[in-house]
Design a protein around this ligand. Structure first.
Ligand code: ADP
Ligand code: ZN
Length: 764
C-alpha cells in the first residue's frame, strides 16, 4: 500500500490564472506560506505554498513532487497571501504577478542563481556605502567650516545675531544629515546575509525589549487639531477609514504623529505611506526625531537585499517585543506586516500611488484600505486637495471626512495673481518666458533675501524641434512624439522611451537649421540666470541625477540657493521656510492633457504649490502665467472656495458618466504592426460586446467604447489601441470585471497574441 500523498497548490511568480499543484515528498515538513522550489514548464521557480493538503484535480501520476523546501526563508503570512488575492481579484491580474511585486528579488530563473544575485547585491551595497562615506566626509568638512565661521562671528566686535542664528541653523541641519547618513551606513552594513545564514528571528541581534512610547517627545495639538484628532478616534471606533482634508500647513502631519504615538503605546505597529521617498526626506527626519530607530524607510528603489532586510526587521520586531513604523512608498503594503495598528496615507490624491506597469496596476492608497480590512486596523488618509474618488467615498458614507481649515502659523493664504501672457505679449510686456510683472516680483523677493520657486511642467531645453523651412517636426523613431532638445551635452531625447540621439541642428528632411520651440526647465534656467545674474539658482527635474536631488532640496531649504526651478516635483511635500514667491510659467501645459482628470490634477498641482509659499508668518505670493486666464481652474484659485470647484467637477463627472460615478477598466492592445494592432483591438472589442450582451448588460455602447488610439499611439515601437469599459457601480460590478478579464484571456489564447493585452482597472 502506497502511503497517502499530500498535495499543495503553489503560487509562482508568473501570469497564470490557476495555481499549479505539487505533491510533497515523504518526510517533507512544509506548511502553508512556506517557500518551495518547483519545476514548472522545465524551469525551476521559487514559489509559496498557498493551500496545504488539497484534492488535486489532475491525474495524480502527472503531479510532480516539489523539488525542495527553502527552510532558510521565513514563510509568508496568511495576511500577505490574503492581500495578494484581494489585489489580484480587484485589479484583474494573477496572484503570481502580485507575489512578484511583493518579493521581486526572489524570482530565480535557471540562469541566475541566488548566489550570483547576492554577489551583485554585495557589490552594489559596497559602492553605495562608499558614496555615502564620501558624502559624510564632505559634510564634515562643511560642518567644520561653518563652526569656524560661527566662532569668528561670535568673537567679532559687532556680533550679527542674524548671521549667528543662520549659522547655528545650518550647523544643526548638517549634523542631522550626517547622523542620518551614518544611520544608513550602519543599515547597509547590517543588511547583508549570505544564503546559508539564518535570517529567522534567532539570526538577528537581540536588543532589549523596547515597548511603549515613554521617552518620546510629546506632541501638543492646537485646539482645532485636537478636535479633529478626537473625531478621528470616534471614526476609528466605528471601523471607518478616515479622510482628513486640511490645507497645507494645518498640521495634518502632527495629527498623524500623535495618533501613531498612541497606537505604538498600545504595542502596535504603523505603516506610513507616502507617494515618493525622494520628496519625503524632511518627513523622515521628523519621524526619526520622534520614533527614533523604530522608523524603517522602505521604497521600491532599494536593493533587493535591503528590502529583504526590512522585511526581516519587521519579522524580528515581534520576537524582540519592539514596535516599528514603516515609512514607505506603495509597495510597502506588501511587507510582512504584523500587529498593524494604523495605516497613514499621506497626500492620498497623488497619482504616483498608482502603478502603471507592470501588473499589478494597483493604487497604493486603495490597496492600503484592503490591507486595513485584512488586519482590522484603522486607516487615515490625508490631503489638502483630496481626490474626487475619496471625496465621493466620504459623501456616500464609506469614509469619514474631517476638515482642518486653519494654518498652524499665522500667515494668511498666499495672494494669487494671474498674468495673461497673450495680453502682455501684445503690450510688449514679455521678456522671453517671463512677464515684466513677474520679473519685478522676483527682483523684489530676492531684494528681501527671500526665496523663489519656479514651476515649468516640462523638462528639457526645447520641448519641440521644428524646421522653419519645410515644417518638419523631429519625432522619435519608436514613438509618436516629438523629440525634445536637451543641453549640456546637446542631445535629442524621447520622453517616453528614453531614445537619445546626438543633435546636429540640421533638419532630417531638408537640412535647414532646426528651431527649438517650447521652453522647458533647462531653457527657463538659462533665462533666469541671464535675468538675475547674481542669484544662486538650481534646477530639479527628472534629468537631475538621483544622488543630487536631496542636495538640491537641502540647499534650497537652508537658504543656500535663492531660486529653484523645477517640474511638478517641486510642488510636492516640501516645507521651505524662506519661500515667499512661487510662479508657474506656461501653466496651460498643465491643462492641455487629453484626460478627464486634467482639471482635477492641474488644480491639485497648483493648490499644492500655493500652499508651499509663505508657510510661516509671512504671506506669500503665487503667480500664474497663462494664456487662458479665465479657465475655471485658475478662477477657483483667485476667487477661493475649493468647495464650489469640487462641486462643479463632481457634477461634470456625473453628467459624463466618469469616475467616481462609474468604474473604468482599460484594455490596452500593443503590437509592432499597426494594422494588426487595429484588427486585434476591433475583434477584442467585438468579443467584449458579445460577452456583455450575453450577460444581459443593457446600454452596451455606454459600456464598451473604442478601440481608439491614445494621445500617444506609438511607444517604444509598439502601436497602441485602447478599449475602455465604463462599468456601473452596482451589485454586478465584480462579475462584469471578471467577465472582461476572462474574455480578454480567452481572446489572447484564441488569437495567439499572448502578452499583447494588458488590463488596467481604475486607470490614471
Ligand atoms: P500639514 O501636514 O497639514 O501640511 P504640518 O503638520 O506639516 O501640516 O504643519 C505645518 C507646520 O506647522 C510644521 O512645521 C509643524 O511643525 C507646525 N505645526 C503644526 N501643528 C503644530 C503643533 N500643534 N505644534 C507645533 N508645531 C506645529
Ligand atoms: Zn521614443
Amino acid at each position: 500500500m502506497t502511503p497517502k500523498k499530500t498535495y499543495v497548490s503553489v503560487i509562482l511568480p508568473l501570469k497564470l490564472d490557476w495555481m499549479p499543484c505539487y505533491s510533497l515528498p515523504e518526510d517533507t515538513n512544509a506548511r502553508t506560506g512556506d517557500w518551495v522550489k518547483v519545476v514548472f514548464a522545465n524551469r525551476t521557480y521559487s514559489g509559496i505554498i498557498a493551500k496545504y493538503d488539497i484534492i488535486p484535480d489532475t491525474e495524480p501520476l502527472k503531479i510532480k513532487d516539489v523539488a525542495g523546501v527553502c527552510t532558510n526563508l521565513s514563510p509568508v503570512t496568511a495576511e500577505e497571501i490574503r492581500l495578494w488575492e484581494m489585489v489580484a481579484d480587484y485589479y484583474l491580474c494573477s496572484i503570481g504577478e502580485v507575489f512578484k511585486a511583493a518579493y521581486p528579488a526572489l524570482k530565480i530563473s535557471q540562469e541566475e542563481t541566488l548566489a550570483r544575485m547576492q554577489e551583485r547585491e554585495r557589490a552594489k551595497r559596497e559602492k553605495l556605502a562608499e558614496n555615502i562615506s564620501l558624502k559624510i566626509g564632505k559634510l564634515e568638512e562643511r560642518l567644520d567650516r561653518k563652526r569656524k565661521k560661527l566662532e569668528e562671528s561670535e568673537n567679532s566686535a559687532k556680533k550679527k545675531e542674524k548671521t549667528i542664528a543662520g549659522l547655528l541653523e545650518s550647523i544643526e541641519k548638517i549634523s542631522d544629515e550626517i547622523i542620518g547618513l551614518k544611520g544608513r551606513l550602519e543599515e547597509i552594513s547590517a543588511s547583508y546575509y549570505g544564503a546559508g545564514e539564518s535570517i529567522g528571528p534567532e539570526g538577528g541581534k537581540t536588543a532589549g525589549p523596547d515597548t511603549g512610547t515613554g521617552n518620546m517627545p510629546e506632541i501638543l495639538l492646537t485646539e482645532a487639531q485636537e478636535t479633529v484628532y478626537r473625531q478621528v478616534l470616534t471614526a476609528f471606533s466605528q471601523g471607518k477609514p478616515v479622510l482628513v482634508k486640511g490645507v497645507t500647513g494645518s498640521g495634518k502631519t502632527e495629527i498623524y504623529l500623535k495618533m501613531a504615538q498612541r497606537i505604538m503605546s498600545e504595542g502596535k505597529n504603523i505603516l506610513y505611506l507616502v507617494p515618493e521617498i525622494a520628496v519625503s526626506r524632511q518627513l523622515e527626519r521628523r519621524l526619526q526625531a520622534i520614533f527614533g530607530d523604530r522608523v524603517l524607510t522602505f521604497h521600491s528603489e532599494m536593493t533587493a537585499a535591503a528590502r529583504r532586510n526590512a522585511a526581516e526587521k519587521i519579522r524580528r520586531s515581534r520576537s524582540e517585543g519592539r514596535q516599528y513604523m514603516v515609512l514607505g512608498t506603495r509597495s510597502a503594503i506588501f511587507l510582512p506586516h504584523m500587529a498593524l495598528g494604523l495605516i497613514v496615507v499621506d497626500e492620498e490624491h497623488e497619482s504616483s500611488y498608482k502603478q502603471d506597469s507592470p501588473a499589478p496596476r494597483y493604487n497604493g492608497r486603495d490597496a492600503a484600505v484592503m490591507l486595513s480590512t485584512i488586519h482590522g486596523c484603522p486607516i487615515m488618509m490625508g490631503s489638502a486637495t483630496p481626490s474626487l474618488e475619496s471625496v465621493f467615498n466620504a459623501g456616500c458614507g464609506k469614509y469619514f471626512m474631517l476638515t482642518l481649515d486653519a494654518k498652524y502659523y499665522s500667515a494668511a493664504e498666499a495672494v494669487t495673481e494671474i498674468i495673461d501672457t497673450t495680453a502682455e505679449r501684445r503690450k510688449r510686456g514679455m521678456t522671453g518666458s517671463f512677464s515684466k510683472k513677474l520679473i519685478s516680483r522676483i527682483e523684489e523677493t530676492l531684494g528681501n533675501r527671500e526665496q523663489v520657486l519656479i514651476l515649468r511642467s516640462r523638462r528639457a531645453f526645447s520641448t519641440v524641434l521644428q524646421c522653419p523651412e519645410c515644417g518638419e517636426i523631429v519625432k522619435c523613431p519608436h514613438c509618436n512624439v516629438s523629440l525634445s532638445l536637451h543641453r549640456n551635452p546637446d542631445r535629442m531625447v524621447c520622453r517616453h522611451c528614453g531614445f537619445t540621439a546626438a543633435f546636429n541642428s540640421g533638419c532630417p528632411k531638408c537640412g535647414a537649421t532646426l528651431q527649438g520651440l517650447g521652453s522647458g526647465t533647462q531653457r527657463i534656467e538659462e533665462e533666469t540666470r541671464a535675468l538675475f545674474p547674481s542669484a544662486r539658482i538650481s534646477r530639479l527635474d527628472s534629468d537631475t541625477p538621483k544622488t543630487e536631488a536631496a542636495d538640491i532640496i537641502n540647499r534650497f531649504n537652508s537658504g543656500e540657493t535663492d531660486i529653484l526651478i523645477g517640474t511638478q516635483i517641486v510642488s510636492k511635500g516640501f516645507d521651505f521656510p524662506g519661500l515667499t514667491l512661487a510662479a508657474v510659467i506656461a501653466a496651460d501645459s498643465l491643462l492641455g492633457i487629453q484626460d478627464f482628470r486634467a482639471d482635477e490634477k492641474a488644480f491639485q498641482c497648483l493648490e499644492q504649490l500655493r500652499g508651499r509659499c509663505g508657510r510661516r508668518d509671512k504671506q506669500g505670493t503665487f503667480i500664474i502665467q497663462t494664456s487662458q486666464p479665465d479657465h475655471p481652474v485658475y478662477r477657483q484659485l483667485t476667487e477661493g472656495d475649493s468647495g464650489t470647484f469640487y462641486t462643479e467637477l463632481m457634477a461634470e463627472r456625473r453628467e459624463f458618466g466618469y469616475p467616481p460615478f462609474t468604474r473604468l477598466v482599460n484594455l490596452c492592445i500593443r503590437d509592432r504592426d499597426e494594422p494588426r494592432a487595429e484588427t486585434l483591438a476591433a475583434r477584442l472589442a467585438e468579443a467584449l460586446g458579445r460577452a456583455f450582451a450575453e450577460a444581459g448588460a443593457d446600454n452596451l455602447p455606454e459600456i464598451v467604447s473604442g478601440p481608439f488610439p491614445p494621445p500617444i499611439d506609438r511607444i517604444a515601437g509598439n502601436y497602441i489601441r485602447i478599449i475602455r469599459l465604463t462599468l456601473k457601480k452596482d451589485r454586478r460590478l465584480h462579475d462584469m470585471k471578471r467577465l472582461a478579464a476572462t474574455t480578454a484571456a480567452n481572446f489572447e489564447k484564441a488569437a495567439r497574441c499572448q502578452g499583447s493585452i494588458t488590463i488596467d482597472v481604475d486607470p490614471y
